[in-house]
Design a protein around this ligand. Structure first.
Ligand code: GLA
Length: 400
């Protein structure tokens, strides 16, 4: 007890402590705390829903969920970001997306129940640190943290992989974005210090150490991508249409993952021009991820960076998911000292770029990027210098 008191006098209050106090004040009971991180994708964009390869890393911005079981079938969830509380009955969760933060909570609970997991009613307090609409996967971090909170507070154990898949399904049905598995996967399986290369077909992954002298500098264009889910679903539909048309000539292919660039060029005539370019992005991007993994493993930061620039160009020209501000951030970064590579990251249409930067150059990079981007656009960007962080976990808040 005395030790605990001294400890808390010496330590500045952490997010977990603040959340504990908030929960007690609001619900008057003990609770458990869970958190899941946002992510930055180093390379492999719009490949996950084509059964392809991605290489994200978790970053040290988390969504925190404090949770306690209730004896009735009610979910009560308070978000401090929106300063709003919602209440649902576990028996009436169905319904279309409402474009509200609680869609994620409702969706995760409904999807867990739909898969046969009997979750209990719960009180939740949610604290989000992941910037919203920035392409850093605040959604998946909320889903995964909530899923952990529901299952643990209900006393049931669901394997992480199943949780990640159920969170993805929740996003499809209750939020309306037909996303791939990347974000929920990295939020669940990220390991600090490492990027994670995932085969989105087999779901086999490999951790790849990011050298200690490199930083993942994330530049937020401050252009929010909130209305992008329609465009996202359209890109996915283009890819599916492309795979279907190609399958008429290449029997046995199930997704663009199965198509090589030589075959794409051979059957180019069978595809409308736009669909051809969408396919070309996905097919070349898959190869870039494989090459990037080799480069990172062999300490070739320059080679890795070159692939990042190529990825950006492909997303800009073939996939058409970049925007003026993201292109500018990449151009500005390319001339900075200590920068190996830069590209847009996440779904696109705004959001962030990711930059591979030598540690000793990171603060000058931050200052100069902020200055030059603001000079050119009038917008002050947020810049986060990150190292790969840990995936979802319970936060050890239950000290006496
Ligand atoms: C969003 C989706 C992911 C992935 C990326 C683009 O983040 O949630 O599944 O498709 O866009 O790579």
């Amino acid at each position: 007890m005395i030790d605990g008191m001294i400890d808390s006098l010496l330590r500045p209050e952490s997010t977990g402590d603040l959340l504990t106090a908030r929960f007690r004040e609001m619900f008057g009971t003990e609770m458990r705390i869970f958190r899941a991180p946002g992510r930055v994708n180093l390379i492999g964009e719009h490949t996950d829903y084509n059964d392809g390869f991605v290489m994200p890393a978790a970053i040290g911005f988390y969504t925190w969920v404090a949770a306690a079981k209730r004896e009735d079938r009610v979910l009560e969830a308070y978000s401090d970001r929106f300063d709003e509380k919602v209440t649902f009955s576990l028996d009436a969760l169905a319904g279309p997306p409402r474009r509200h933060w609680s869609d994620f909570i409702r969706g995760v609970a409904a999807t867990l129940q739909g898969a046969g997991h009997s979750i209990s009613g719960a009180n939740l307090v949610i604290h989000g640190e992941v910037p919203l609409g920035a392409g850093l996967s605040s959604s998946a971090s909320l889903e995964v943290a909530t899923a952990l909170a529901f299952t643990v507070s209900s006393g049931i154990a669901v394997p992480r992989l199943e949780l990640a898949k159920l969170c993805q399904a929740a996003e499809h049905e209750y939020v309306g974005t037909r996303c791939g598995i990347m974000d929920q996967f990295i939020a669940s399986f990220g390991v600090s210090g490492n990027a994670l290369m995932l085969d989105c077909r087999s779901l086999v992954y490999q951790l790849i150490r990011v050298p200690r002298d490199l930083r993942l500098a994330v530049c937020n264009s401050m252009v929010r991508h909130e209305h992008a889910s329609g465009e996202y679903n359209l890109r996915r539909a283009d890819c599916e249409a492309g795979a279907k048309l190609l399958a008429q000539h290449l029997p046995g292919i199930h997704a663009l993952r199965d198509v090589g660039i030589a075959d794409l060029e051979k059957y180019k005539h069978a595809l409308p021009e736009t669909i051809y370019r969408r396919c070309r992005h996905v097919i070349t991007e898959n190869q870039r991820v494989l090459d990037a993994a080799k480069a990172l493993q062999s300490g070739d930061a320059g080679g890795f960076g070159g692939l990042m620039y190529a990825s950006h160009a492909s997303l800009r020209d073939d996939y058409e998911v970049s925007c003026r501000e993201l292109d500018l951030l990449v151009e500005l970064a390319a001339s900075r000292p200590g920068v190996y590579g830069a590209r847009m990251t996440g779904g696109g249409f705004g959001g962030c770029t990711v930059n591979l930067v030598r540690e000793e150059c990171a603060s000058a990079f931050e200052a100069e990027m902020a200055r030059t981007y603001q000079q050119a656009t009038g917008i002050a960007p947020d810049i986060y210098v990150c190292e790969p962080a840990q995936g979802a976990q319970a936060w050890p808040a239950e000290r006496s």
